[in-house]
Design a protein around this ligand. Sequence first.
Ligand code: ADP
Ligand code: MG
Length: 327
Amino acid sequence: SHLINQIAAGEVVERPASAIKELLENSLDAGATQIDIDVEQGGVKRIRVRDNGRGISKEDLPLALSRHATSKIASLDDLEHVLSFGFRGEALPSIASISRLTLSSREEGAEQAWQLQGSGQESFDDPEPCSHAVGTTIDVRDLFFNVPARRKFLKTEKTEFRHLEDVVKKVALSRFETGFTLRHNQKTVLNLRPATTIEMAERRVSEICGPAFTEQSIRVEHEGAELRLTGWIGLPTFSRSQADLQYFYVNHRIVKDRVVTHAVRQAYQDVLYHGRHPAYVLFLDIDPAKVDVNAHPTKHEVRFRESSLVHGFLYRSLHRTLADIRP
Ligand code: ADP
Ligand code: MG
């Protein structure tokens, strides 16, 4: 069907950063509260993601690496209501087909952990026993080892790592309750503890966006009838180049959307008479039935069912917050 083709086409691993995005979303879908990431040579040599989520049973290990074997959706009708990130059953098989992959996991309640290896083939040997706490580790080595054309387009180790780190940061901002560590070539780059209070969340924002942002931004917290907006918006004194510090999440999913961008900018300019684009880290919680998140699975786009209502809510919330601090 067209829908299935669309979904499949959207799923392309083009660089280490796209692989890590899928792996992290799977770990979060599995309810992980701690995710440890180890990367070598920008992710090309190795990406290892270890989580303490609910794990995968021995029987399901081969399924996890087979096409369209998502456990997260029962029928296409469910697509509309999917809350989890993954719903396509494409990511792991795609990654497995272009790398040397080892999947190790122990399911909640299982006595034993099991491991499965693949290296570019469609079929796998039987799972073997291994040692692993409840949760899952996916070890992806030699990305694109069998796709020279793709390998040729990879940038330097530094650039690939920067893209990968950006993804980790975006994801870490979407889940304050989950701890993240990131190591590159044995060196710790990020160590983000689970944040359960505003203060701890602010510390994480500071680690990810820099202390200048948290010092020169104000807290946003507004509740509407069925909408909630929280986060931070930068003050005019915050002078980092604009475009790279605009994080907007809808129901924990990062999003780029014209309705959002316009509402935020309009409120900012109307109150502060300031020509520049504001920096922000904002979270909108909305009834999932009122938003299409799967219109473009990899493009971070959403479609609000009632976009003028959302626009109005964002504009009013930010207008009120900013008006309080107008000089
Ligand atoms: P999708 O996320 O779209 O379902 P994936 O290819 O990303 O498809 O993953 C396939 C399946 O493997 C998932 O549906 C899930 O059941 C299982 N899986 C993958 N990663 C994990 C993980 N970290 N913890 C538990 N289960 C996982
Ligand atoms: Mg997935």
